[in-house]
Unconditional design. Structure first.
Length: 339
């Protein structure tokens, strides 16, 4: 496997291998002619002399020297593992989490409050879907996307952690609940996706009361783009006492609030796009909703990973050194000649 994807940075060094031609000729022709000779009265003595295993190793030191030279030339040519794109097939969904951050999400009928539960459950959901590309769209009286569709969940989780209803409370975004704008904004980030499973998870606690795009118009946009919208209505119908102002003397003024909801419209959005409408009145119920959505039929996604070039000269250098050491051992110890 190591040698299957090899390339060379300096292949010109392979020209040094041409030097082996005269060296081999010298070894087998001229060197043998120049070697010392012994005179015998008769060659019959040599014919009857017993041969040992050393006779078969006479050319091995030379072969090891040649092989070591070839390996050192390979080292000079700088072998590298070839960079390539490796494709890995996984299963996943492209989805946008579309979350309501209107001030009513601060109500505490779902402990500790709606927005905290929504963020914590979404955090767990994202952590369990490592192969999915997920983005985050937030909406109050207007919509914006702090995190477009991404496979880098560390960025997504950071943006989710920064999500707050204070944006509306401090007047940074317009008051109200623009469900249609939230869905439409999410659609723009999914409509060009090549994945077959494209999903918007819409979480709100109220009814649409502002925005230039109605919820059903946004749902039609999602349908035309092949996007399923799963709608979640979070919270109870209970009247909740909520702090709304702090007086100059430090006294906190609170009032009873009951959220205006529109489950029928959320049901229509889900039905039109092939999704499902859910009602969640507790943390456990919301967790169960996300688990159900997570069991959607997944589409095979091909993820391409790039492998960088890496120097792999070390095995060649090590083998060359071993060859030279073995050649010296054979020449100086095993096949030592008379002076």
């Amino acid at each position: 496997m190591l040698f299957a994807q090899i390339s060379f940075v300096q292949p010109i060094y392979f020209l040094l291998l041409l030097a082996l031609i005269p060296y081999v000729l010298w070894h087998f022709i001229w060197k043998r002619r120049r070697e010392g000779r012994m005179l015998f009265f008769s060659t019959n003595v040599l014919k009857t002399a017993p041969k040992t295993w050393k006779n078969h190793l006479v050319h091995l030191p030379f072969a090891l020297r040649v092989f070591a030279f070839i390996l050192l030339v390979v080292v000079l040519a700088r072998p590298q593992s070839s960079g390539f794109w490796r494709e890995r097939t996984t299963e996943g969904i492209d989805m946008m989490l579309t979350m309501d951050i209107s001030t009513s999400m601060l109500l505490e009928d779902v402990s500790p409050n709606r927005i905290t539960v929504a963020k914590e459950v979404a955090y767990d959901f994202i952590s369990k879907h490592k192969n999915d590309q997920i983005g985050l769209t937030l909406f109050g009286g207007e919509a914006f996307t702090p995190c477009p569709l991404t496979g880098d969940h560390s960025i997504l989780l950071k943006r989710l952690g920064e999500t707050s209803c204070e944006l509306q409370a401090e007047g940074i975004i317009q008051p109200g609940t623009a469900i249609g704008m939230g869905v439409a904004s999410a659609v723009t980030h999914l409509e060009h996706s090549k994945t077959k499973s494209k999903v918007i998870i819409l979480l709100t606690d109220g009814a649409n009361n502002t925005g230039d795009i109605s919820p059903l118009m946004a749902a039609q946009m999602a349908k035309d783009a092949g996007i399923r919208v799963y709608t979640i209505l979070l919270g109870t119908d209970a009247v909740v006492n909520m702090p709304v102002a702090t007086l100059p003397n430090g006294e906190v003024y609170s009032t009873n609030i009951q959220t205006s909801t529109d489950p029928q419209t959320l049901q229509q959005i889900a039905s039109l796009t092939g999704g499902t409408f859910y009602r969640a009145t507790s943390r456990d119920a919301l967790t169960k909703v996300y688990e159900d959505i997570g069991k959607l039929e997944k589409t095979k996604l091909i993820q391409r990973q790039h492998q960088n070039h890496e120097d792999v000269f070390q095995p060649f250098l090590l083998l060359a050194v071993l060859c030279l050491l073995l050649e010296m051992l054979l020449r100086l110890v095993v096949l030592r000649r008379l002076p």
